[in-house]
Design a protein around this ligand. Sequence first.
Ligand SMILES: Cc1cc2nc3c(=O)[nH]c(=O)nc-3n(C[C@H](O)[C@H](O)[C@H](O)COP(=O)(O)O)c2cc1C
Length: 213
Amino acid sequence: MNDAPVFDENFRKELWRLIEWRRDVRRFRTVPVPQALVDELLDLVQLSPSVGNSQPWRFVQVVSAAKREAIRTNFQRCNADALANVSGKRAEAYARLKLEGIDAAPIQFAIFCDRSTCQGHGLGARTMPEMLDYSVAGMIACLWLAARAMGLGLGWVSILDPAIAARDLDTPTSYKLIAYLCIGWPEEEHVDPELVRLGWQDRTRLGRDILCV
Ligand SMILES: Cc1cc2nc3c(=O)[nH]c(=O)nc-3n(C[C@H](O)[C@H](O)[C@H](O)COP(=O)(O)O)c2cc1C
């Protein structure tokens, strides 16, 4: 198509910088996010890849104080459990981590995969039905970068009991929880992950090793 864009060197440099500076954000300013920005993001991520073009992501926006409290309680229990399962210096390090932004993030979404969707007619998911879940994760990666490009921060919370979250949010039984996302204006910007800065886990090059067969 002749109106296909040409992504020049300058654009590529900016895209690389966007990927370098995408962070998992847990500290948010409480300033509201205009609904138009949220709508723009949600429209954009409908273009994300998905198995069979199934678009199985389902967004549940968590708005009410009661529902947020339920999610916070869920997180606190699971996080206490996780802490109880480590000991010594690891436990001290774990206790120092901030692993969610539920208190301050103005926008919060529980993101589900609708495993019963007919969209896509099962293409590509017959032998590996988990491809539907991976499609949702792929959408979240797009959302993460697009939010960052708007100056917004996104934090992925997975320290939750999915069955309790589904009960508290009253979601259909075919919905599988993939992520709880906190979105808002970040309090601080960093080029390095918080888990690296706080000594929990360095980045490595392990994933760069290629096995040739
Ligand atoms: C599937 C997934 C689940 C995650 N769950 C959590 C979480 O529960 N709490 C948290 O603080 N960060 C969570 N993260 C963020 C990671 O800790 C973060 O991506 C990693 O430390 C690298 O930091 P960066 O995203 O800032 O580069 C999650 C990330 C992914 C991809």
